[in-house]
Design a protein around this ligand. Structure first.
Ligand SMILES: NC(=O)c1ccc[n+]([C@@H]2O[C@H](COP(=O)([O-])OP(=O)(O)OC[C@H]3O[C@@H](n4cnc5c(N)ncnc54)[C@H](OP(=O)(O)O)[C@@H]3O)[C@@H](O)[C@H]2O)c1
Length: 327
């Protein structure tokens, strides 16, 4: 796979990475986990050059890091650029933070939480450092400079090589940068979630910061996976999202129809077109599509080689806005 650098001073990574969340969290929770297949998907990703492997302590919580740790044992750690996150709490005993954009999740950006959490992440991941440690959400109760200062301490301690942010505003990004260099920003970016194009992505591009689009496949919707609410698995996070409610989902099929049209012309799949559109936003853009399915992984990796014409990109740019908020 083609490579790019993770921010100005980061390591070289494949232009598409792998999001591991869905292997243990959020999606399809009624179906028993298939860890052996998930682990093989991580290995397949590394073999194909999708070296950026993304997880978080909140996924599970903890089960996702444990699974990724198992996948990277036995010599695979060195092949990966390992990224995890801190600061979002998804333990069911936590009281939901009304300011949070993720239902059922609260935030903790207190320096002592960051300091304590990195050690737990390293233990679960079976490594003495992560390549990228990301603040999952800014905690409105804690000055960002204090949280980011604690993130910077993990770099000084050699426990993280680089640090990044997730779902931030340009203002928050600039405040963090004044304390310690920001290597990456992870935010939702896809054909149906384009807010980052207005300001955060241009800011990243102007400052040598990598931008990691999460949910680049619209949580599977843009890949053409779902044509009705009833297609969503039981016990699945998407069942609670506005865009996936029956009427909204039906209206949003117009977006998938447009993606399919371009895919047909380009000799690609809808998932590959969704990834190619994101990749066309610039060299610093490194999407992390999530999958636990070997054939999807292979399909997504090949998305790095799809070249869309200017007319294809214009057609995709002109797709209708989605019905329904993203959370
Ligand atoms: N920073 C944050 O706040 C945040 C939030 C959400 C996600 N993330 C990160 O971003 C990663 C990706 O996001 P996501 O997993 O939510 O959404 P996504 O990548 O847009 O979509 C994942 C869904 O698409 C399906 N899929 C993947 N490739 C496919 C293909 N080629 N054809 C058909 N279906 C396909 C997957 O199915 P299977 O799983 O069944 O294979 C899964 O249901 C996560 O894993 C996580 O690491 C970060």
């Amino acid at each position: 796979m083609r490579t790019t650098t993770l921010g100005r001073n980061g390591p070289e990574v494949g232009v598409i990475g792998l999001g591991c969340m869905g292997m243990t969290h959020s999606y399809d929770m009624a179906t028993p986990r298939d860890d052996a297949t998930s682990i093989s998907v991580v290995h397949q990703a590394l073999d194909l050059g999708m070296t950026l492997i993304d997880t978080a302590d909140a996924y599970g919580p903890y089960t996702n890091e444990e699974l990724v740790g198992r996948a990277l044992a036995g010599g695979n750690r060195e092949r990966a650029v390992l990224a995890t996150k801190v600061g979002l709490l998804t333990d069911s005993v936590q009281v939901a933070d009304p300011a949070s954009t993720s239902p059922g999740a609260s935030r903790n950006g207190r320096p002592e939480h960051i300091r304590a959490s990195i050690d737990g992440s390293l233990r679960r991941l079976g490594t003495d450092h992560v390549d990228l440690y990301q603040l999952h959400r800014v905690d409105p109760q804690v000055p960002l400079e204090e949280t980011w200062g604690a993130m910077a301490e993990t770099v000084v301690a050699g426990k993280a090589l680089h640090i990044g942010l997730s779902e931030v505003t340009v203002n928050e990004l600039a405040r963090a940068q004044s304390v310690h260099p920001v290597t990456s920003v992870q935010s939702e970016l896809s054909l149906w979630t384009r807010n980052a194009l207005a300001d955060v992505l241009p800011h990243c591009q102007g400052h040598g910061i990598a931008f990691l689009p999460f949910a680049p496949l619209g949580r599977g919707f843009l890949a053409g996976r779902f044509s009705s609410f009833d297609d969503l698995p039981q016990d699945d996070f998407r069942r609670g999202l506005p865009r996936f409610q029956q009427d909204a989902l039906r209206a949003n099929l117009a977006i998938v129809g447009g993606v399919r049209r371009v895919a047909g012309r380009a000799g690609a799949t809808p998932a590959q077109v969704a990834l190619a559109w994101v990749l066309a936003k610039g060299r610093q853009v490194i999407p992390i599509p999530g999958t636990k399915t070997p054939r999807y992984l292979a399909e997504n990796a090949a998305g790095a080689d799809i070249e869309l014409t200017a007319a294809d990109l214009a057609e995709l740019d002109a797709l209708p806005a989605p019905e329904g908020a993203r959370y």
